[in-house]
Design a protein around this ligand. Structure first.
Ligand SMILES: [Zn+2]
Length: 236
């Protein structure tokens, strides 16, 4: 293998490693998961609040049902008095009849209120169930993301290690002189090698003199006179 080809391979490995490292950093940062966990916590709080509201409304329903029972009991008691045959005068009769009417109205009002309250509790329970289902799904999703995150992290670390080993092997095959040149250019520009395309350096897009192009074809180590990168063509 000619020396330039090895340098091109080295650059490819380093580029791959760079990309894998960026991916790994993103995974470690975990911005998306953090955001989701935050949302999940807010959602949970919201569910807890709704649960408390539901308890309040259920207690109210309970209270109304107790009131109804009490009124029904009073109505029966009043009725007994009405038909007991112990009524002294028309004034007392009228008083009892009025009380009976009031109690009937009270019971009717309570029945309506209870029905409304039952509807309210039912709607709230339905909403609560939906919210809890959503909260649960979100939790499952987060767990899946977390386990995928660990797998991805391991995979990236493995890839980086493999690339690092590949790089070491390759560096040992490259002459000390070429390694020095490569690293010296790398200190100035991000990619030390540039491809030649249509007599142009693809690193800086400068047209190259024919003598340089010929040297590249002869697989000599030639640098771009403009950006200083080592040039290569696809024939390597
Ligand atoms: Zn150039």
């Amino acid at each position: 293998m000619n020396p330039i080809k090895k340098l091109v391979q080295l650059q490819e490995i380093e580029e791959k490693k760079k990309k894998e490292k960026i991916f790994l950093e993103e995974i470690i940062k975990g911005t998306d998961i953090r955001l989701m966990i935050k949302n999940h916590q807010l959602f949970k709080k919201d569910c807890e609040k709704k649960q408390k509201d539901l308890i309040v409304e259920k207690k109210q329903l309970d209270k109304l049902e107790k009131e109804l029972k009490k009124s029904e009991f009073n109505r029966e008691e009043n009725k007994e008095r009405l038909y007991s045959g112990n009524i002294k005068d028309s004034k007392q009769l009228e008083k009892l009849m009025q009380k009976q009417e009031d109690l009937e109205n009270e019971i009717e009002g309570l029945d309506t209120e209870i029905l409304k309250q039952i509807d309210l509790v039912e709607i709230m329970e339905k909403n609560m169930k939906e919210e809890k289902d959503k909260e649960y799904s979100l939790g499952v999703k987060i767990n899946k993301m977390l386990s995928k995150r660990n797998k991805d992290k391991e995979e990236k670390e493995k890839n980086i290690n493999l690339l690092e080993k590949e790089k070491e092997v390759l560096e040992n095959e490259i002459s000390h002189e070429n390694m020095l040149l490569y690293n010296e250019i790398k200190n100035r520009v991000n990619k030390p090698l540039a491809k030649l395309e249509e007599n142009m350096c693809m690193g800086c897009h400068m047209d190259l003199p024919i003598i340089t192009v010929q040297k590249i074809r002869a697989k000599e180590i030639v640098m771009c006179s403009n950006c200083g990168r080592i040039l290569y063509n696809e024939e390597i």
